[in-house]
Design a protein around this ligand. Sequence first.
Ligand code: PMP
Length: 409
Amino acid sequence: MAASMTNLHRSAQLYERARAVIPGGIPGIRAPENFVPGAYPILLAGGRGGHVTDVDGNDYVDLLLGYGPVILGHAEGRVDAAARERAAGGFCLDLPEPIMIELAERLVSMVPSAEQVLLLKTGSDATTAAIRIARTYTGRSIVLRCGYHGWHDWCLEGDPGVPSGTTDTVIPFPYNDLDRLAHLLKNHAGDVAAIMLTPVGHDFDRQIEPPGPGFLEGVRKLADEHAVVLAFDEVRTGFRVHPGGAQGLYGVTPDLTALGKAMSNGYPVTALVGRREVMESAQNTFISSTYFPNGMEMAAALKTLELIVEEDVLSTIGAIGASLREGLGEIVTRHGLPVSLSPFDEMPFVYFKPALESRQIERRDAFYGALAQDGVFAHPRHHGFLCWRHGAEDLARVLEAVDAAAAGL
Ligand code: PMP
């Protein structure tokens, strides 16, 4: 428990209230124990640009950005105005609105693998739809997967509440391990419906890992040889590492792609896109939900994607990220911090490895706790993000806080 200098009283009070009516008070990954209890706020009140404010009125440079969706900045006027305009016209209708087609066309124009599009609500929806379509298309059941794909049964393993039968046909493989993948395909020849992987390795509590030379090309080749559907989970990398996603950056095109997060600056709309022939199989299975066709969030997505392209948002983010990495590198070296830095400028991460060693956990928590106390909101075990509205002042504040936190260790 870090000693709290920042006033977090209201956070603590509200947490008590929450615990009475919500399991654990704060469910899921946002639970206080996933940060540094006592040093971080527990509830936030709002956000603007690259900052968030907690319920006690403390301001933070936000380096987590809602776990990735906020690519432009919080409360981005033009996006919110587009959503408000759709909302004012009624947006939960009996049939889809034309904006669904407009958004699908926009995605087809941006993402290399996109010939057809299904619009959904969460990243988990998009990855699950990919698996259902791949199984329908191939008539096979086994899925080889790598990375986090959401909270649905098929991609969890051993979690209470998930019967083993659900995941018996889903086999994980390690990132950047082509031999293992080839071995699994051989062992299950004729039974594999899909390979799903995050094209960049970005597991929780690990440093981000780029694809090794020939890895993605090798995966594509193996998928072709075994007539297996190749699905990229670009929920996190889509519209962030390149306007066309990691597939645009690395020039390897999958059959299906799950997209979400940065696509809509925080509004709940995601997409499964892909090759026409495979996507058409969606018609032979069941993928439907009350809220899938809602126009309000589609209007937000359309405006977000328009701004990403027209304002060259990713170049701005890349430039800030490069300066940040340079500054972090200098501080880390000067203080001899036992950490690694993310190889992706747009997804910064000061990673304390190996995180299972208790001394490192202490150091990590002291470091991140100090950052939070100094007005920088970053996750101790999840890489960060940058947004278009982060500026030079934010960068200076982050580096000053990092320097102080490093000195404190
Ligand atoms: N895939 C990846 C790569 C993700 O990062 C996430 C969310 N962290 C998901 C899928 C699931 O998305 P959601 O939380 O929107 O269901």
